[in-house]
Unconditional design. Structure first.
Length: 599
RNA sequence: GGUUCGGUAGCUCAGCUGGAUAGAGCAUCAGCCUUCUAAGCUGGGGGUCAUUGGUUCGAAUCCAAUCCGGAUCACCA
């Protein structure tokens, strides 16, 4: 049980014992950490009880304070400041906490619970390379997966690849028309980029063709439908659905190029999956569910044969589930895949990491499954995140106004290199070590930049301003970790201790302010992890790691570790920094960010 | 228009189960390397927490209305 819980529990018992005749709810008790300007570690807010118990805050505080001091062992004393009861925890508690956990690699991990969760993220289209916005999705999904694992869940990381449909046919038709057989090998262009180039080209040509038709007197809507390249793309889709061998071969080839490219990107980003779904394999699954729904009378058919669901009672409109010609729409496939996931893995929760532009879609998906009586509906949770925008507005692959993910990674690594060299910190590294370091710093900065903001908020990224390596960044945290490692190396202490090197630690001296601040932060790590998991929010971890690193830096500045005032202080501080390093490392790992031992 | 998310320092963001004087980073100004890594530390300036009203001992936080901005309401995915 962490301190916050303990204090609340103690306060509750104190009130119950002091006022047995009055019904007190534990929800009424507010326990906070004491603000830095006041003496104390934890604060109980007295106001809620003043009226109820008919005692003035000062008297009430004294009664509770005295009771707690006399009947529990956690606190050494208390003060009352205008309605706040500030309690100071005994140094002994902090000492024992530290001695118990400082070399525990698994500190903070929550015991296994019987809960299997699937996290679907990334879910790329195979017609274009990843851009900056996709990075937010990938980092979020990967990080939330790790956080949920640390919180005791069994997590399956899934990727549903959008590998079929009209958008794929668009890049195919442009390639057929204009590429002269170009391949990634022949051109030296990464496969996903090559295919993406033809997707952009399709839209250029399409726009021109539409313009020509409009000039020839066609209305805009007609022109959009009749543009030859669009008609060819649709013809391609029909052939694809009919299983035309040539079309399928080309589709297979071009998707293969894209996968090669994606694999390179994923490897570099450190993004992995436990299960791949391909829409081309799942897109027919929804039809069966819909048929059953029709038979049960939950869905209805219009004269043209299209199938609909009526959601008016739930505040929505009617929604099409199957076209008149029997082909599936976007949500048809999702219905099937949702059920498939549930049946295959017996998951109790299914998380979709998808941008907030699809809020409506996912809420309807869940609602329809519920109406159809599918048990998979209950566990569906949309981890909705804000889009990454440029100062000029949304990124659009069609128009080529995107910040490319691969380019961004290159730039960040180059920036890390440049700044390391400028700072003159390249000595003592082999070239391989330096290359690794630049990647650790560059990628770390990128991930942290995208994860440090609350997921549901949209972000504006200005490509002209490079991502900082100072202040609230991964670099700052990595630097704190490297500093600690440097001290430990000089002291000849391994990062992970097997035997308890400080077993005979018998502290007598009072803990100093910054020493206590760090220990207290470390003590809160399990709470932070639990909160982050509950909210599916990695930014909580970002904030925590930064605060811990920041506090360490202040501590480091005024307290010498190697040359501490005496042996006891040296031991204490070594324990503090060992645990700090471990916690920083574990926290950053939850974000998918590595920490170097030297930088 | 319906639904929905957001509006906190010049900029980017924390804080939002109501609690003490609203916090970080960047930028800016002033200090700190003979001492464990200055990618760091210390301090200053910078705020009508969109607006108005309500609930409360107490509101950035909860409620209502209004203003501003985004997303969405496709036989696109």
């Amino acid at each position: 049980m962490t301190l916050t819980h303990q204090v609340k529990y103690i306060a509750f018992n104190a009130l119950k014992s002091l006022f047995p005749e009055i019904d007190i709810n534990s929800d009424m008790i507010t326990v906070n950490q004491t603000k830095p300007d006041f003496v104390g570690d934890y604060t109980i807010v007295l106001f809620p009880f003043v009226k109820l118990l008919k005692q003035k805050p000062d008297i009430l505080g004294k009664n509770i304070g005295n009771y707690i001091i006399e009947n529990t062992t956690l606190f050494q004393n208390y003060t009352i400041v205008s309605g706040f009861l500030n309690l100071t925890v005994k140094d002994d508690y902090w000492h024992r906490f530290l001695a118990k956990h400082f070399n525990d690699e698994n500190y903070g991990l929550i015991a296994k619970i019987d809960c299997r969760i699937m996290v679907e993220y990334s879910s790329p289209n195979t017609n274009k390379p990843l851009h900056f916005g996709h990075l937010r999705n990938n980092f979020l999904g990967a990080s939330v997966s790790e956080i949920l694992k640390a919180a005791g869940n069994d997590v399956i990381k899934a990727n549903l690849v959008n590998d079929r449909g009209i958008h794929i046919c668009k890049s195919m038709i442009a390639w057929m028309r204009y590429a002269n057989g170009a391949t990634p090998i022949a051109t030296g262009i990464k496969g996903d980029h090559l295919v993406g180039d033809y997707y952009v080209l399709f839209n250029d040509v399409y726009k021109k063709e539409v313009a020509q038709l409009i000039e020839a007197g066609k209305p805009e809507k007609t022109a959009e439908k009749e543009a030859p390249i669009m008609q060819e793309a649709q013809e391609l889709l029909r052939k694809w659905e009919a299983g035309d061998v040539e079309v399928r071969n080309l589709w297979h080839t071009m998707n293969g190029w894209v996968y090669e490219g994606f694999t390179k990107s994923y490897n570099r980003l450190g993004i992995t999956f436990d299960k791949m779904y391909y829409e081309s394999e799942t897109y027919l699954l929804g039809k069966k569910i819909i048929e059953e729904g029709l038979n049960k009378g939950i869905l209805f058919k219009k004269e043209d044969g299209s199938v609909w669901v009526d959601l008016k009672e739930d505040g929505f409109d009617e929604k099409l589930l199957l076209r008149g010609d029997g082909t599936s729409v976007y949500i048809t496939q999702d219905l099937g895949t949702a059920k498939l996931k549930y049946d295959e893995f017996n998951i109790s929760q299914s998380i979709y990491v998808i941008a907030d532009e699809q809020n409506y879609h996912i809420s309807i998906l869940k609602l329809i499954l519920k109406k159809l009586g599918e048990p998979c509906a209950e566990g569906i949770y949309h981890l909705s995140y804000g889009m990454v925008e440029l100062p000029t507005g949304k990124m659009k692959s069609r128009e080529g106004t995107v910040v490319d993910a691969d380019d961004m990674v290159d730039e960040m690594i180059a920036l890390a290199k440049e700044q390391t060299e400028t700072a003159g910190k390249t000595e003592g590294f082999t070239p391989k070590e330096l290359a690794d370091l630049y990647e650790t710093i560059g990628l770390g900065a990128l991930k942290f930049y995208l994860l440090r903001v609350d997921p549901k908020k949209k972000m504006i990224f200005n490509p002209k301003e490079s991502i900082d390596l100072h202040g609230f960044t991964a670099t700052f945290i990595q630097y704190a970790h490297a500093r600690i490692c440097s001290i430990l190396k000089k002291e000849n202490i391994p990062l992970s201790l097997d035997s308890n090197q400080f077993a005979n630690f018998k502290p007598t001296l009072p803990i100093e302010k910054l020493e206590k601040e760090i220990i207290s932060l470390l003590e809160q790590y399990p709470n932070i992890l639990a909160e982050s998991a509950k909210e599916f929010n990695p930014s909580t971890i970002c904030n925590y790691c930064f605060l811990l690193a920041q506090t360490f830096n202040s501590f480091y500045d005024i307290h010498s570790i190697s040359k501490a005032e005496n042996e006891e202080k040296k031991q204490l501080r070594l324990m503090i920094i060992i645990m700090t390093a471990t916690t920083l490392k574990n926290g950053m790992n939850l974000l998918g960010i590595k920490v170097p031992n030297k930088m």
